[in-house]
Design a protein around this ligand. Structure first.
Ligand code: DGY
Length: 334
């Protein structure tokens, strides 16, 4: 039986794993059956009916919503918190939590998957076989580009970028990186080294000019929005492949479609989109792209662990305590 003072939780979409049961054991928990619109969510947060809301990357928690909100905390079922105005929440004494660490390896796996699938024309091959068009091995059938021996340029050097570097060294790649949020602060040899090798730190211009694969691993911020714009694409090699498993708006998607059409770059592997879930016009018609539906953290175990972390954050915030994984402004590293 719940006491009158039991905390009340709002969950904007059902999540797999133990999270919802953990919340239900602590107090009344409302799990919405359909994702709320912005104004529905804003009204629910303002209603005074909930201590903590468990949100997802698609829920916009901006200054206007926070100004009305009668909440103790926002627990984001994601590591990226660009959907939340963390500074505005802090000003209002509303705590924010996220789910770091557990999705590092699966997101790095997806970055590698996109690199391999794009370079080796995996989807075109799959399509050919399924459609009955495979007439036997041919010397010039679906020739792709090499991965081993090529240069991978990582934009960012946080947990996920380093996990991608570890994998890339296993493929015999040369790895370079640059950081954006700290003006590419010089890293020591130890900081540049991961299992398998030492990455080379370069400026963004060098990375764009030299890399066969440019993979993005920075949070979305005013500084990184459209970091990969028309000029950045023009600065890349014509055989470059862009990989984005971070956040869609880091890439100017209209410019990307133009660059892919005109041959400014060779391909793209994307797990995230600028106006997700919508795609820029023409993107889905291109053969030289591999498009995934935001699957970076989508393994059963990881999504389950994310729900546990999100619930533990929510329980702490409901009790007026800092969550185990607190997000404080300024948000810089993923
Ligand atoms: C994250 O955790 O940031 C993933 O992209 C899921 O939204």
């Amino acid at each position: 039986m719940q006491t009158l003072s039991a905390p009340r939780f709002l969950v904007t979409r059902a999540v797999p794993g133990p999270g919802i049961a953990l919340l239900e054991a602590a107090g009344p928990t409302t799990v919405l059956e359909t994702p709320p619109s912005y104004s529905e969510l804003s009204d629910l947060c303002a209603s005074g009916g909930f201590e903590v809301v468990l949100t997802q990357a698609a829920d916009r928690i901006d200054e206007e919503l926070l100004a009305r909100a009668a909440l103790r905390g926002v627990s984001n079922y994601a590591v990226g918190c660009d959907n939340i105005d963390v500074a505005a929440a802090a000003r209002r004494g509303i705590r924010v939590g996220n789910t770091p660490g557990v999705l590092t390896d699966p997101t790095a796996d997806i970055a590698l998957l996109l690199m391999l699938a794009t370079a080796r024309r995996c989807l075109e091959g799959d399509q050919l076989v399924r459609s009955g068009g495979f007439a036997g091995v041919k010397p010039d059938l679906l020739l792709g580009s090499d991965v081993s021996g090529r240069t991978l340029g990582l934009v960012g050097w946080g947990r996920i970028a380093r996990a991608v570097a570890r994998r890339a060294f296993g493929f015999g790649m040369r790895v370079c990186f640059t950081t954006v949020h700290d003006g590419n602060r010089s890293r020591s040899p130890e900081e540049r080294t991961v299992a398998g090798g030492e990455a080379i730190q370069v400026g963004l211009d060098t990375l764009l000019a030299d890399s066969h694969f440019v993979s993005l691993h920075v949070p979305l911020s005013p500084q990184t929005r459209h970091l990969i714009d028309r000029n950045a694409l023009a600065a890349m090699r014509p055989d470059a492949i862009v990989i984005n498993t971070a956040r869609g708006p880091i890439v100017d998607e209209v410019a990307l479609v133009d660059g892919l059409r005109t041959g400014a770059i060779a391909g793209a592997g994307l797990d995230v989109y600028e106006l997700e879930p919508a795609l820029a016009p023409g993107l889905a018609d291109l053969a030289n792209v591999v498009l995934l539906p935001h699957l970076g953290s989508a393994t059963r175990s990881v999504r389950g662990e994310m729900s546990r972390l999100a619930a533990l954050n929510a329980l702490a915030m409901a009790a007026g305590k800092p969550p185990p994984h607190e997000v404080l402004p300024p948000v810089v590293v993923r």
